[in-house]
Every structure is written in C-alpha cells, then in structure tokens.
Design a protein around this ligand. Structure first.
Ligand code: DUC
Ligand code: ZN
Ligand code: ZN
Length: 479
C-alpha cells in the first residue's frame, strides 16, 4: 500500500494506549498504523515526538453577535473563525465547537444560517456548532430544534444566568425534554441568578465595584446550588447533561452524587480554574478584569479539588471557554477605565494555551498519564459531541488530525507569541513544557514549526452524530 504521507518514528498516543508506531495517511484519513510502514509520497520524521490526536476544543466563543444582557455585556468578540481557528491550530487543536446563539425573539434556524455565514471561508480547521437556546418558544422546540438536531446539531446549551439568555427551571425542563426526544445533549451554565444578582446589588450599594468583587458576587455555593438544580432537572427528564466550566470542589461533588444516583452527567473544567485564583482579579487599574470570567477563578483548595477530579475521572473534558475580549474600549473597557465589575465582559482567551497548560501541569508534573491527557482534550469531547471516530482519535478511518508534539520544548507564554486577536493572555509569563511542533488537519500540515501553512477557509463544517452519552444507559424519566 502506498500512502500520501507517513508519520514515522513517533510515539503514538490514544485515549487507551501509548505505542511506538508509524501512521499512514491517504486522502486525509489514517489508513494504517504499524510498527514500520514503508513508502509514502511524503514523510514526517516524528522521532522523539509524541503523535497525538489533534485537540478538540468543544467550548469556545467566536464571533458571537453583540447584544445587551449577555456575558459579553455588549463588548465585541475579538476573534472570529479565522483568528480563533488559527490560534487553536497553533496550540495543537484541530477541531473547534463554538456556540451559535439564538437571541430572544429570534429564530434558531436563522441564527444557524447567520453563523454558517460567519464561518464561511474563515476557518483553518474543522468546526461544529453548539446551539444556545435562549427563547424556547413552541416553534423553537417543536419545529426548529428537531430539524436542526436531525441536520447534525446534536448539542444544545442553556444558561441559568445572564438576563438575556437565562431560562427558568420550567423552560430548561422543556429544552431537556426536546433534547431527550431528539437525542441531543444539553450543556448547562450553572450559576444561581437570584443569589448572584442579590449579592451584586449589595456589593454595588456599598461601593464595592472593582473586579475582585466579581468573585465575591458569585461564590462557589452559587455554582453548587445551580449544579444541584441542573442535575435534578436532568434527572426529572431522564437525559444526559454536561455541566460546563466547573470551578471547584462543591459543584464537582454534586456531579459525583448525581452519578451515584445513576445519572449521566459529564463534567468540564478549564485551564483558568487550575491556574488562576480570585487574587488575579485583585489588581490595580482594572487589570483584574483580564482574569474575569464566570464562574470566577477561586482558590488553592478549589484548584486541588479540580485536580483530584481530573485524576480520579470525575472530570471528563477539558476545554478553554475561550471568550475573546480585548483590554480596550471595544472589549473589557467598553464601559470605561473605571467600569464596575457588572459592566465588564465575562470571559478570557485560551484556545492556544489549553493543551500546553494541561500537558505541562498534568503530564509533565505526573498528575495524569498521556492517555488521560488525550481523553480529556480530544477523545471524550469527540464522543460526547457526536464526532467520534472521525475526530479525536488516532485510528484507522479517522481523519488525520494530528498534533506532533515536542514534549521537551519549554515555552514562556507571552501574548506577543500567540495568534488570537486578543491583546492579552491571563497566562502571561507562565512557563510550560511541551508544545506542538507540527499540526495536521485531514492530512494537511496547517502549522509547521511556528508557521501557518493552512489556508483560512479550508476548515469544514462537521455534522454531529448522537452523543455517546446516550449509550451510557438507563436514565429514567418522570414517566
Ligand atoms: N460563560 C461561558 O460559558 N463563557 C463565557 C462567560 C460565561 O459566563
Ligand atoms: Zn458559561
Ligand atoms: Zn463559555
């Protein structure tokens, strides 16, 4: 058999195994994995390198339209599909799943069409869309969503906070019921809106409005209560649920308790919750706004609890929650250089630094092994979001999406070296070990030794299949 490309001499890592093997690629797909493969029109010497499935970042925000009452607080997203996907590729990610938002009063189908237009001709890697449901009308639930889910949008997201997006418990039940009927998976932003707005009002009326008060306005119990409620709602309907961006031990404990009751609950955390704390919000001149995301970064105990969850398997997926706002008048400083925390966009960038941070802090520091790294960053996302085995795997028949990884390379993270369109990184100065050297998407080299070689627009839209979470067994509904 001849191959278009052979990746030779590397150490192949999957979510299950680590092996010395060559990988043969033809027509953009992996067609052979063997100890030695002869031939090949081209070859890449991967000696001394790891051959990983390209990462899947299944939680990132790109080119979401501006609107009041959202996490953005009206700020402009600095990254669309072009810079977002380029930045992802430089960090070893080969598939992204950003969010297409239905705004209140709007149609979901129209939002999807609009989002396809935003992506068209831009992405250097492949992409799918989660659908944010903010207005679950009978048309949206009864007609639009069933049609969209059947067309490959099998993941939906709902919010329990943000004025213009939050759903009542009853509305969430309605969305979950549609998801169950159509076999879609639902992601949920779990924070108790009433508590956090009550606390924010109190803080504001006592003049406490700097970014550090953002953390005080949404303590861990805000997230714990909402996580408990979210999994209970999923329990009522009997449907799998993804709890996104878990920031500490208490909400994670709710996930464990739900699983002990037999529920299928998938847990996500993000680099910021392992690497930042609330102290990063407590800086002069609104500098703390650069670490403002929701839920907020917590403390050392929360970080330790999350690492335990990563080590013991409670946390399934590790995504960036890239929410790109510049530190300028269009972004974080939209309401001025002295803006109160409530007027500052929630979210931080991280598409490019996600894999190096987990590799360095997790694998190099001996907290997780290589297969677990691959599971957390690629394979589990692929399975839960209906992209497996096409994506997130080094396997015969999978797309040749590969990150050839230099496990020794030491990098000090500096924003000037990143490729997003955000003018800062919250991880400035962090030293990491391990960085991708060559990144392939469908067999094509898109990044090579720090140079972009893939053309914007080559990335393709991916239809998602049914989440593997539906195979996980017997969630009982209310019926
Ligand atoms: N939630 C997200 O999922 N992303 C950005 C901000 C937020 O609150
Ligand atoms: Zn969120
Ligand atoms: Zn998010």
């Amino acid at each position: 058999m001849n191959f278009d490309l052979v990746i030779r001499g590397g150490t192949v890592v999957t979510a299950a195994d680590v092996m010395r093997a060559d990988v043969g690629v033809t027509n953009g797909k992996i067609v052979a994995i063997a100890e030695r493969l002869a031939g090949g029109e081209r070859s890449i010497d991967a000696g001394g390198r790891l051959v990983l499935p390209g990462g899947i970042d299944a939680h990132c925000h790109l080119d979401q339209p501006q609107a009041p009452g959202l996490a953005s607080k009206g700020a402009v997203m600095a990254d669309g599909f072009r810079t977002g996907s380029i930045s992802a590729a430089f960090g070893g990610t080969t598939t992204i799943v950003p969010f297409c938002v239905q705004h209140r009063g709007g149609s979901i189908a129209a939002a999807v069409e609009d989002y396809h237009r935003r992506a068209e001709g831009q992405a250097v890697i492949d992409y799918a869309f989660h659908l944010i449901v903010s207005d679950p009308t009978s048309t949206a639930l009864g007609q639009e969503l069933p049609a969209l889910i059947r067309r490959g949008h099998t993941s939906l997201k709902v919010y329990m906070t943000y004025e213009a997006m939050r759903l009542s418990d009853r509305q969430i039940l309605d969305v979950l019921a549609t998801a169950r009927e159509e076999r879609a998976i639902v992601l949920i932003h779990a924070e108790n809106h009433e508590i956090l707005t009550w606390l924010s009002d109190r803080l504001e009326s006592s003049g406490r409005t700097t970014p550090k008060e953002h953390a005080a306005s949404r303590p861990l119990y805000v997230e714990r209560e909402a996580t408990h409620r979210a999994v209970t709602l999923a329990e009522v309907v009997g449907v799998p649920l993804v709890v996104v961006h878990i920031s500490g031990g208490d909400p994670l404990e709710e996930v464990r308790r739900a699983r002990a009751r037999g529920l299928t609950v998938i847990a996500e955390t993000c680099p910021q919750y392992l690497m930042l704390t609330a102290a990063d919000l407590d800086l002069p001149d609104l500098e703390g706004a650069k670490a403002m995301c929701s839920p907020p970064p917590r403390d050392g105990a929360a970080q330790a609890a999350l690492w335990r969850g990563i080590e013991d398997g409670t946390i399934d997926i590790f995504n960036s929650d890239h929410a790109p706002y510049r530190f300028d008048a269009e972004g974080k400083l939209r309401a001025g250089a002295k803006a109160p925390f409530r007027a500052i966009a929630n979210g931080i960038p991280g598409l490019e630094t996600r894999l190096p941070i987990l590799f360095s802090e997790g694998v190099v520091k001996g907290r997780i092994d290589l297969p677990r790294f691959v599971a957390l960053t690629a394979t589990n996302n692929s399975k839960f979001y209906g992209l497996y085995p096409r994506k997130g795997a080094i396997a015969i028949g999978s797309d040749a999406d590969v990150a050839i990884w230099d496990p020794e390379k030491r990098v000090t993270i500096r924003n000037e070296n990143l490729h997003h369109n955000v003018d800062y990184t919250p991880f400035e100065g962090l030293e990491v070990q391990g960085w991708p050297q060559t990144v392939l998407s469908r067999g094509e080299i898109v990044v090579e030794a720090g140079v972009l070689t893939g053309a914007p627009g080559r990335g393709r839209f991916l239809e998602q299949k049914v989440s593997s979470a539906y195979g996980a067994g017997g969630a009982q509904a209310w019926t």
